[in-house]
Design a protein around this ligand. Structure first.
Ligand code: PMP
Length: 330
C-alpha cells in the first residue's frame, strides 16, 4: 500500500487534462507567500522553524472528476478547512484567509492547474521564521497550497493485511493527534515503516491506554454483532473527515453506531474491520496480525458503506451532492 505522496513527482505539465489516466504527480501551480506561482518557485530556507522542529500543520483534500466529466468535485472542503484552521490554532499560526477564503482559493488553484481528473490538495501552514529555538509565539507564519494529480493511484480494495504496531500513538498531552500536525507524522512514519518492513500493508496503533486508535493515516471502524464501532474523538485519533462521512452514511443506512474504545483483542474477534481516510477511502481489512477478520472476505456492512461512499463521491447519489464543491474547468 502506498500513500499519495509516496509517488515520485512527474515533471509539471499544464496540459495534464488530456489523458489523466495513470498520472500521479505534482501539478504546476501552487499558492505561496500570497500569490499563485509555479511550484518550482515555492521554496523555503533550510533554516525554516517548521523544517527544524515540525511546527507545521496540513490538510489533505481529495477532488474527484465529476460524473458529467466537466468539473472537479472537491470533497467536504469546509470540513477540511475547519479542521485545518483548528490545527493552525493549536500551533498559534495565523492563517491569511478564513475558511470561506481557503475554500475559494482551493477552487481558484484547481481551475488554474486545469487538471480534469482526480486531484489531491495539500494546504500547509507553518512556522516560517528562521528562529533557531523551539517555540510558537512571535515566530512568523507561512501558508502554502499545492496540488497533485492522483489518477494513477490504485484503489485499496484487495483486503488489507495489517499488524498491531509496536509503536504507541502520540497523546493529546504530547502532540495532539486531533490536529494534522507535521511533527506528529514522525509517529505515523515509524508506524508505517515498521508495518511495511514486516510485510504488512499498514498497522493499527494503540493509544497510551492500550486501546486501538487508528491506522497510520486512516481512522478505524469495526463491526461486531451488527453494530459499527469506532473510537471516539477523545481517543487520541485524528478527527477524520471521511470518518465523519462514514458516520453520516451509517445513520442514513440505519446501521447502529457506537463511538467507544476498542480493545486490541476485539480486533482479533471482530466480524468486520475497515480503515477510512482520504487515501484509503473505505479499505477493508482481511487480516490483523495474520489472523483472518471474520470470514476473511469483505463483510456486508463494510460493502454497503463502501458502495454508498463511492456513489456519494462519484456524484451518482444526489442526496450527497452537498458534500462536494463543484469547480468547473475552463
Ligand atoms: N488518521 C490519521 C493519522 C491521518 O493522517 C488521516 C489522513 N488524513 C486520517 C486519520 C483520516 O483522515 P481524513 O479522513 O480526514 O483523511
Amino acid at each position: 500500500m502506498s500513500t499519495i505522496l509516496d509517488r515520485q513527482p512527474v515533471a509539471p505539465s499544464p496540459a495534464a487534462s488530456a489523458d489523466p489516466v495513470g498520472r500521479v504527480g505534482h501539478l504546476p501551480y501552487a499558492f505561496f507567500e500570497g500569490d499563485i506561482v509555479p511550484l518550482a518557485d515555492a521554496r523555503v530556507s533550510v533554516a525554516t522553524h517548521a523544517l527544524q522542529y515540525g511546527t507545521s500543520a496540513f490538510g489533505g483534500i481529495r477532488g474527484y472528476r465529476s460524473a458529467d466529466g466537466q468539473a472537479v468535485h472537491l470533497f467536504r472542503l469546509r470540513d477540511h478547512y475547519r479542521r485545518f484552521a483548528a490545527s493552525a490554532k493549536l500551533l498559534r499560526i495565523t492563517l491569511p484567509f478564513d475558511v470561506e477564503g481557503l475554500c475559494a482559493l482551493s477552487a481558484e488553484l484547481t481551475r488554474r492547474n486545469g487538471h480534469l481528473g482526480e486531484v489531491y490538495l495539500r494546504p500547509f501552514c507553518y512556522k516560517a521564521g528562521l528562529d533557531l529555538t523551539p517555540g510558537l509565539s512571535g515566530i512568523a507564519d507561512g501558508f502554502a497550497l499545492f496540488m497533485l494529480a492522483i489518477d494513477g493511484l490504485p484503489p485499496l480494495d484487495h483486503g488489507l493485511s495489517v499488524s498491531v504496531s509496536s509503536w504507541q500513538r502520540v497523546t493529546d498531552n504530547a502532540i495532539p493527534p486531533r490536529g494534522k500536525i507535521g511533527g506528529s507524522y514522525v509517529n505515523a512514519s515509524l508506524i508505517r515503516d515498521e508495518a511495511r518492513e514486516h510485510g504488512f500493508d499498514d498497522a493499527i496503533v494503540l493509544n497510551a491506554r492500550g486501546k486501538a486508535g487508528e491506522g497510520s493515516v486512516s481512522n478505524l471502524f469495526m463491526v461486531r454483532d451488527g453494530t459499527l464501532v469506532t473510537p471516539p474523538v477523545s481517543g487520541d485519533i485524528l478527527e477524520g473527515i471521511n470518518r465523519k462521512a462514514v458516520l453520516e452514511l451509517a445513520a442514513d443506512l440505519a446501521i447502529p453506531v457506537v463511538e467507544r474504545e476498542i480493545d486490541r483483542t476485539e480486533l482479533y474477534v471482530a466480524d468486520e474491520l475497515f480503515l477510512c481516510g482520504t487515501r484509503m477511502q473505505i479499505a477493508w481489512i482481511a487480516a490483523v496480525d495474520h489472523r483472518a477478520v471474520g470470514s476473511g472476505r469483505r463483510g456486508p456492512i463494510t460493502a454497503r458503506l463502501a458502495e454508498r461512499f463511492e456513489a456519494a463521491v462519484r456524484g451518482t447519489a444526489p442526496e450527497y451532492a452537498h458534500w462536494m464543491t463543484r469547480v468547473e474547468l475552463p
